[in-house]
Design a protein around this ligand. Structure first.
Ligand SMILES: [Zn+2]
Length: 223
């Protein structure tokens, strides 16, 4: 049985390796988990002893099949609970991540499967992230960070790369929610900020940081 902390490490390694398609460097893991590189080194050794990760010098840390299963199962629980909290307990999308960080460590497989069935087997969590099913399958939707869109491009917000309360509250004040249509008006090469139209608001200025963290499904404009 993995401990809570081991599950958090496996989850972090999963997300880094998935994003970069490479082994996770120790310092990236430390940064993501907000801890010291020396603690990461110790933990990685422990995870390798349990055969949940492989660690080769200069190649970073990768998950074994078993480590990957643990990570995906933890993510599944996290996202199902987020969905439950928003849909049934009226939490807002910026309030659920920290609570789900606790709930994701509940062991009972029966509880998780019943929760999944109760919710109607949802495919995406309140932040637009895919929820793995019981066998660990999930569909990643194709999306681009807003900062990669050229001027004139149109799309719809389908996810966020940052589920922090601060970011989600900011988006809410700007009227930028999942499903909101956006159109890039002007790009400012100086700091890569952007002016966009969103829904029925025009001339919204967004920083590069914000644009990096908004996942957009591009609308095909070819007629
Ligand atoms: Zn979350």
């Amino acid at each position: 049985m993995p401990s809570h902390s081991e599950e958090n490490y496996l989850k972090a390694i999963f997300s880094i390796t998935r994003e970069t398609q490479k082994g996770a460097p120790t310092n990236s893991i430390a940064e993501l988990l907000n801890t010291k590189a020396s603690s990461v080194t110790d933990m990685v050794k422990r995870l390798a002893d349990k055969k949940w990760v492989n660690h080769r010098k200069y190649q970073g840390v990768t998950l074994t099949a078993e480590g990957r299963n643990i990570a995906i199962n933890t993510i599944r629980k996290h996202r199902l609970w987020e969905f439950f909290l928003v849909e049934h307990l009226q939490f807002k999308w910026d309030e659920v991540h920290d609570i789900a960080e606790q709930l994701e460590h509940i062991r009972s497989v029966e509880l998780t499967n019943r929760l999944d069935a109760f919710l109607g087997h949802p495919k995406y969590d309140p932040h637009g992230d895919p929820i793995p099913d019981e066998s660990g399958q999930f569909n990643e939707r194709e999306s681009l960070p807003l900062c990669d869109l050229p001027a004139g491009a149109e799309g719809i917000i389908i996810g966020v790369n940052d589920s922090s309360t601060e970011f989600l509250r900011y988006l809410e004040t700007q009227g930028l929610m999942l499903g909101t249509p956006v159109k890039v008006k002007t790009l400012y090469p100086y700091d890569r900020s952007m002016e966009i139209d969103a829904d029925n608001r025009t001339g919204l200025m967004l920083s590069l940081q914000v644009c990096k963290n908004l996942c957009i499904k591009k609308i095909n404009q070819e007629k």
